[in-house]
Ligand binder design. Structure first.
Ligand code: MG
Ligand code: MG
Length: 263
């Protein structure tokens, strides 16, 4: 069963999602060469707790930190470390979940560190666009794989690899609820979307092959070919018309001047 949220639940998800969105504004102010990923994680933890909320990833399935921070060929689930120092030209994917009064928000954003090369910049912007192609399909009456197909067909039109092993998900009273929301699929397949469902849509797109594997730390997922990967995620509320993006913030414009002058 895919849960349908009532107004009271949606209001709490708006709060947890808004805190998530605000945390990303803080993260962007911290992203620069010379900063360790542990330092960023510490500030994320502090900020979320200052809002009376909890970092949802801490301890989830045993994850040791408050955010997942993944650099370059790391796709997701990177463990923040004081030894991992951001360098000019890196791209860094930050994934944050927030719990407020039992309800969750989940979002991810890949940032450039200083000046990045054109290929990396295009990968980031196109992955962000793939997310919004998926979000555009997230409305009552459509099916889950309409979202999946929109993401996959857009990303693959550039020759990128769509990660198969990790997927988006329902979200609400738990960080991960039904249904799974893959980033690949066929139109008109999968569960039907209804108003009041809340989904985390999250394309993970590789510059090269789609294959990934997990490092010996048991967490960090990296690309098979060592090429970079990007990851964007929003928590959305399904409605009869356009979905409400609960984790929306202005970062796409601040970081990439997107959707204006996007290429
Ligand atoms: Mg996430
Ligand atoms: Mg997620």
């Amino acid at each position: 069963m895919i849960p349908i949220k009532n107004e009271k639940e949606i209001e709490l998800m708006r709060i947890s999602s808004r805190i998530t969105a605000e945390t990303f504004e803080l993260v962007w102010s911290l992203i620069k060469p010379g900063v360790s990923t542990e330092n960023i994680d510490r500030e994320i933890d502090r900020f979320i707790r200052s809002k009376g909320a909890k970092p949802a990833f801490k301890g989830l399935y045993g994850f040791p930190a408050s955010a997942c921070i993944s650099v370059n060929e790391e796709v997701v689930h990177g463990i923040p470390s004081k030894k991992r120092i951001l360098e000019e030209g890196d791209i860094v994917s930050v994934d944050i979940g927030v719990e407020y009064k039992g309800y969750y928000g989940d979002s991810a954003f890949t940032f450039p560190v200083g000046e990045v090369d054109e290929q990396k910049r295009k990968l980031m912007i196109r992955t962000l666009e793939a997310l919004f192609k998926g979000i555009a399909m997230a409305r009552a009456g459509n099916r889950v794989q309409d979202i999946s197909h929109a993401i996959q067909s857009y990303a693959e039109s550039f020759g990128y690899g769509v990660v198969r092993e990790l997927v988006g998900h329902g979200i609400g009273k738990a960080l991960h609820e039904e249904p799974q929301v893959p980033n690949f699929g066929q139109p008109n397949r999968g569960p039907k979307l209804k108003a009041g469902m809340t989904l985390a849509i999250e394309p993970m797109i590789n510059m090269g092959v789609s294959g990934v594997y997990t490092l010996d730390d048991g967490w960090t997922v990296v690309t098979q070919d060592g090429l970079p990967s990007a990851h964007y995620e929003h928590t959305v509320l399904i409605q009869d018309g356009k979905p409400e993006i609960l984790t929306y913030n202005n970062l796409a414009r601040e970081v990439f001047n997107w959707p204006k002058n996007n290429q």
